[in-house]
Design a binder for this molecule. Sequence first.
Ligand SMILES: Cc1cc2nc3c(=O)[nH]c(=O)nc-3n(C[C@H](O)[C@H](O)[C@H](O)COP(=O)(O)OP(=O)(O)OC[C@H]3O[C@@H](n4cnc5c(N)ncnc54)[C@H](O)[C@@H]3O)c2cc1C
Length: 456
Amino acid sequence: MINVEALKRIVGDDWVVTKRDQITGYLADETYLGVLPKPAENVVVVKPANPEEISAILKLANEEKTPVYPRGGGTGLVGAAVPTRDGIVLSLERLDKVIEVDKDNMMIVSEAGVTLEHMLKEVENADLLFPPHPGDEGAQVGGMVACNAGGTRAVKYGVVRSYVKGLEVVLPTGEIVQMGGKLLKNNTGLDLIHLLIDSEGILGVITKATLKLYPKFGATATLVVSFEDRRAAIATVPKILQAGIIPMAIEYTEKSLMEETAVHVNMTWPAKQGKAQLIIIMAETNEDQLYGLCEQLSEICEKNSAVDILMAETTSEQAEILKIRSEVGNALKPKIADALDVTVPPAAIATILDEIDKVSQKYGIFIPVVGHAGDGNLHPNMYWEFEKKGVLKQAKQEIYEAAIQLGGVISGEHGIGKTRLPQFEMCFDPKQRELMLGVKKLFDPNNILSPDSAIC
Ligand SMILES: Cc1cc2nc3c(=O)[nH]c(=O)nc-3n(C[C@H](O)[C@H](O)[C@H](O)COP(=O)(O)OP(=O)(O)OC[C@H]3O[C@@H](n4cnc5c(N)ncnc54)[C@H](O)[C@@H]3O)c2cc1C
């Protein structure tokens, strides 16, 4: 039983929603329909205004052993925010203030419910930069930290983990704790911040984050490099990195997907040649440096069979390319049962693509691939035909096994959530699993926070 009356006393009547037709938007996330978990029947959505209310909700839930599902922007792709047991969806949407952009320390202090879109505007207004860019700007600061989001711009500056310097967290037992601060170095005690990053909502509710910012780049350019075949394109990626050129992003994609996506968003994909393409974003301190590196980069690509190199220099041309790339998932969605997120060591990226091709050939179904090639992170998109033929699970398993064989992992950025729990045991030995369960028990003795997610 969910104690609705007690919840109303904590947050006020207006912020507890019980009617099913008013909470449907909170019962799913952006997970592909072939694997989206079924939500529970009795779910209440609660919208607290501050950490103190969250603390009171968690104390109550802990006493009454009611499951609680923290919810950010609901843009997750592994069903982590879906309430699969009767309980409370705890929405962070009212914690929506940027507290401070500290230009001197180059840090932003933000409440957890601030969206990426809102945060990027504040950072831009302060003439600073937050490089990570997961594809949906509706993601919230707390969600991005809880998922350690990656995205297109991680090659040079890393994923969200590299930016988190401080957190305010409400523990499942109700205590409000402050971790870290505006510090670039902090070797004091065990690093709990990094335990919370990528905890997918199972260890605590993040209410505030202090994130590092960068000065804006002096000059940027976006190149779309076209190749006739996917292996030639992807095999070029390690060559670029080995030459000492570290772009902000190296994305792998396929021309037909980009054209289809461009139509979906009423735009035109500018690169007309080849079949497989790399989108390379270069960001340097000045134009001389930028053009020098772009020239070197072009030579490497030409030596590796590139058939065309398009260079976008204006801000709007570059933004259009990134926009189309960000929309690929949405455009493809109706045709896709699930999209994977395998990551391998950077030099093994061509081999994992070969393995994906083998699976595709074995089942006679094409697997379109996009991904963050510079990070060794690919997203093979599994068409509904796999599900219709009854081979989706098996085909996914074969791709996962190939990734692990190459020293990789089954998720580079989307996480385990609920949809990848069946593969959890293939990723960790029993001792690591025992340690993870022990940590969970220490934070959350009654297993109220996001049960059935991230670890098992
Ligand atoms: C079109 C599209 C493109 C995407 N591209 C990328 C990409 O390139 N890279 C990438 O990494 N991801 C990508 N994603 C996935 C998603 O945007 C990220 O995982 C994002 O970090 C999720 O944030 P959210 O606020 O939407 O979290 P939600 O989906 O609401 O929640 C995700 C998990 O975080 C937990 N959580 C949320 N807020 C909190 C909080 N305050 N405290 C504790 N736990 C919390 C939830 O309980 C849940 O377990 C994409 C998604 C879409 C739809």
